[in-house]
Design a protein around this ligand. Structure first.
Ligand code: ATP
Ligand code: MN
Length: 456
């Protein structure tokens, strides 16, 4: 259908010319001589006012119902009130009726209610704004890496390794249950791949393969985690941005992470001003100030050991008191970034026991060159590290954890043949979208969120 996007119609300079627009009815107002329809097509926040001269044009009542879809031909004119244009209707065609059972009514739209109708919630301003921001952010991710000399790599989603031996992987199988098999090994021998396979929790290990040949790479794709927890920041399927950089140490990794985040926030500020104004008014008061502050200030950096010292003084107020060696829980992450630093903070050099086998072992023998970036309101948004590049040390770390080294022979080869210092990080894309929109639940920045007992 030849038509003009409403975003374009609103700012078009072609006043006095004919235009055709399509969209869904948002409001209808009637008076003696004139009627007004507001039409939205999702291309921007703006709704185009359709002005109907009732003496010249009879309107089908179905065209006035909330949610009905229309195609309208008319003449663009400067809006009588406010900015932009409106359309004096000449013809109105009903594309699709919308009966009163339409669930997107003005009064019932809580986020919780909308989660129950994921196929229709995108008709609301909030969700349209979220997904416009998400799209702009995704484009900005590719643009950032492309202009900084990174290659875009696609790593496999089906994998035989589970990245760190954590038991949170979904299994991939084509076999029905079969009582005849005596052992797990027997079962998998007869399975599609002949070994146990699953959905990848991270593209990092394969990313290292590419980085130690191409120099700088990134992946941007889905990761899967069978997280058995129902939090507001975990999904079973999320999008993961994972740069991996050769000839880089932990400070280089931190520099890239900070630069990338600021670039992405700037892109959203520049390209989605209307959306951010909306979120600032209706979702998170002070959002714009927060984002402008973040792009103009340095992120904080603090070692894990320093962080624990700060937190131990407040142990009385935590549900889970901390000591050196504890994993940081969400309450601790929030305290650090919201109460102590008031901005994003890189926590570095964690105890090796609570981090992955592949992280570079520090000289103190106790910590690894890892970093998590914690952000106010969300907690961890990035997890990264310098990788252990020394063959012997990597083998020792795997032995300490009782890992099966034969499953990582290729990964170990990277340390045998021309090993280099390298590192990278994983940014949870949905967590970034939460941060820039102020949306508090990860389910509300994902088209069809998947989590425990939820696959609508
Ligand atoms: P968390 O401690 O929040 O569970 P993690 O330490 O398990 O995260 P990493 O393995 O470091 O996460 O993954 C890198 C990034 O991917 C995280 O910083 C986060 O932004 C994102 N992420 C991890 N797990 C999930 C998930 N289940 N849903 C959405 N995003 C996730
Ligand atoms: Mn992490």
């Amino acid at each position: 259908m030849k038509h003009l996007d409403i975003a374009e119609a609103l700012k078009s300079q072609n006043e006095g010319k004919d235009a055709v627009v399509c969209g869904w009815v948002r409001t209808f107002r009637d008076s003696a001589q004139v009627a007004f329809l507001e039409l939205s097509d999702g291309t921007s926040f703006g709704k185009l006012q359709i002005v109907i001269d009732k003496s010249a044009l009879a309107v089908d009542p179905e065209c006035t119902k909330l949610g009905a879809s229309l195609c309208v031909k008319g003449v663009l004119v400067k809006a009588y009130r406010g900015e932009g244009n409106e359309l004096n209707a000449k013809e109105i065609h009903l594309l699709g009726k919308c009966p009163p059972e339409y669930p997107i009514q003005k009064k019932r739209t809580t986020l919780d209610f909308l989660r129950g109708i994921p196929h229709l919630r995108l008709r609301t301003n909030t969700f349209q704004a979220v997904f416009r921001v998400r799209s702009v952010a995704a484009q900005a991710i590719h643009r950032y890496f492309h202009t900084h000399g990174y290659y875009y790599i696609n790593t496999p989603l089906i994998t035989a390794s589970d990245c760190e031996g954590a038991g949170e992987m979904f299994r991939v199988t084509t076999r029905p249950w079969n009582a005849a098999e005596k052992s797990e090994a027997d079962y998998y021998k007869n399975d599609f791949f002949g070994v146990k396979a699953g959905l990848s929790v991270s593209g990092q290990l394969e990313g290292e393969v590419a980085a130690t040949a191409l120099g700088k790479i990134y992946t941007f794709g889905p990761s899967f985690r069978a997280e058995n927890s129902n939090t507001k920041r975990h999904l079973a399927e999320f999008w993961h941005v994972e740069p991996e950089i050769a000839f880089a140490e932990l400070p280089d990794v931190i520099e890239v992470a900070e630069d990338l985040l600021k670039y992405l926030i700037r892109a959203v500020l520049e390209e989605c001003p209307e959306e951010l104004k909306f979120f600032d008014s209706f979702v998170e008061k002070g959002l714009l100030e927060k984002l402008n502050h973040v792009v103009n200030s340095d992120f904080a950096v603090c070692t894990y050991t320093e962080a624990i010292k700060i937190l131990e003084e407040k142990n009385a107020q935590f549900e889970f008191p901390v000591h050196w060696g504890s994993d940081l829980q969400s309450e601790h992450e929030k305290y650090l970034t919201e109460k102590i630093f008031g901005r994003p903070v890189f926590v570095t050099d964690y105890p090796k026991e609570i981090k992955s086998f592949y992280m570079k072992q520090n000289a103190d023998g106790k910590t690894v060159a890892a970093t998590d970036l914690l952000a106010p309101g969300i907690g961890e948004i990035i997890g990264g590290s310098e990788r252990e590049a020394d063959y012997g040390k990597l083998v020792a770390a795997m032995d300490e954890r009782g890992m099966d080294k034969s499953a990582y022979a290729q990964y170990l080869d990277l340390r045998l043949f021309g090993t280099v210092p390298h590192g990278g990080f994983g940014l949870g894309f949905e967590r970034f979208v939460m941060y820039v929109t102020g949306m508090e639940n990860i389910r509300d920045v994902t088209l069809f969120p998947r989590s425990v007992k939820n696959i609508m």
